[in-house]
Ligand binder design. Structure first.
Ligand code: GMT
Length: 380
């Protein structure tokens, strides 16, 4: 198949999923064309079946906001026509589902039929998509997509609750590539970060409000009073400065390290004992899955789709959003009982295997074939 993938190229979960999906499909022999404004962060090496088309916008003094959607649609029309794509898969509804709709209409006027699949990732529905400034377009363009997928059952439920959806939504879970995410021996890293045998807690996110990084620090403040430990904060975003200030105010700067954006997160997960994810909302929690694949149990909130990934009392623990005391207690339960921690480590790994890329990729391939066939049947 010749597949076009549109996504945000930055460190967000949707861009990561889109890129890993494209690379996985390319490994299976498909030709994959990424179309976005920057090379996606996980698209680092050459692959014979992978193409990257950069979207550029013309600058003009009249434009206070560069009309990216127009440039993207124009690029998509061009790539679909000249590369003869079979399907266009757009990740994150805003603005990609709307751009895909426009692209489809333009191509239709030229006698070309391009099937569109939209994948909903979370905040495009729950936080941003539900806002009046986007909602009518989100609803319309989801319904106009030929196929719609959601990364969790809970996100599908919320989409149906928030919008008047006439299309079937297929749940295809996010996935993990075990050839990359697995526990490896990185003891030299561990010694550098925790020289006195301290336990290592870790959090990875884009430091947006929805991640509640202040709760991660609050949990650590309680835990570190009873167990010698360190906290690694990986990622960057709008809340980082406030979080650095909070660490200073709590006199925890020696125990907490801000590592910024990291490429090889699996190497840091390999030395971690617990992953903390207290999010206000989380449609899936890809970062938690990555931790579990590296045998790191997860202490999380029970928001959104997290219960579909993290099994309470088995692969980690879940508490209500904002229950900092509860999450700290659960951390201590595991950190103070090495046998229990090891049992949870193994269970986390086993649960992660349910999301193995090898099992999930064929679901996308079958879905693409189904959508292409049904679009062909309905014609122009
Ligand atoms: O977490 C974010 O804010 C980034 C966002 C994105 O679209 O990049 O992540 C969403 O998509 C991820 C991949 O499907 C999911 O694992 C995250 O749970 C989801 N984030 C939220 O729902 C807050």
């Amino acid at each position: 198949m010749k597949i076009g993938i549109v996504c945000y190229p930055t460190f967000g979960g949707s861009g990561v999923v889109a890129t890993e999906l494209g690379l996985g499909l390319a490994d299976k022999g498909h030709n994959v064309h990424f179309i976005t404004y920057k090379r996606p962060v996980r698209l680092t090496t050459f692959h014979a079946n992978v193409y990257f088309h950069e979207v550029t916008s013309m600058e003009y003094p009249l434009f206070e906001f560069a009309p990216y959607e127009t440039s993207l649609a124009s690029k998509l029309v061009d790539v679909v026509r000249f590369e003869k794509l079979d399907i266009l898969h757009v990740h994150y509804a805003i603005p990609h589902a709307a751009v895909a709709y426009m692209t489809k209409q333009i191509l239709r006027s030229k006698g070309i039929l391009i099937p569109i699949v939209t994948t909903l990732h979370g905040t495009d529905i729950t936080l941003v998509g539900a806002d009046n400034s986007f909602a009518p377009v989100v609803e319309f363009t989801i319904n106009e997509s030929d196929g719609v997928t959601s990364v969790s059952e809970q996100l599908k439920k919320e989409t149906l609750e928030n919008f008047n959806i006439t299309k079937d939504i297929k749940v295809i879970f996010n996935f993990i590539d075990f050839s990359r995410f697995r526990k490896t021996n990185k003891d030299h890293f561990r010694k550098a970060i925790a020289p006195d045998g301290e336990k290592i807690l870790v959090h990875i996110s884009n430091f947006r409000k929805v991640k509640r990084v202040e709760d991660v620090i609050g949990i650590f403040a309680i835990v570190s009073k009873q167990v010698k430990c360190k906290l690694l904060l990986i990622g960057d975003g709008p809340e980082r400065k406030a979080m650095e200030d909070l660490c200073r105010n709590l006199h925890l700067c020696d125990e907490i390290r801000f590592l910024g954006k990291q490429e090889a997160v699996e190497e840091l997960l390999a030395i971690s004992d617990l992953f903390i994810l207290p999010s206000e909302n989380e449609s899936f929690g890809l970062a938690a899955l990555e931790a579990m694949a590296c045998e790191v149990p997860v202490i999380s909130s029970n928001a959104g789709g997290l219960p579909e990934v993290n099994i309470d009392g088995v692969t980690g623990y879940m508490c209500d959003v904002g229950d900092v005391e509860g999450m700290a207690t659960r951390c201590l339960d595991l950190l103070q009982d090495e046998d229990l921690l090891n049992t949870f480590r193994h269970s986390a790994y086993l649960q992660a295997q349910k999301f193995d890329i090898k099992a999930i990729l064929p679901q996308y391939e079958n879905y693409y074939n189904e959508i292409i066939a049904s679009v062909k049947l309905s014609g122009l």
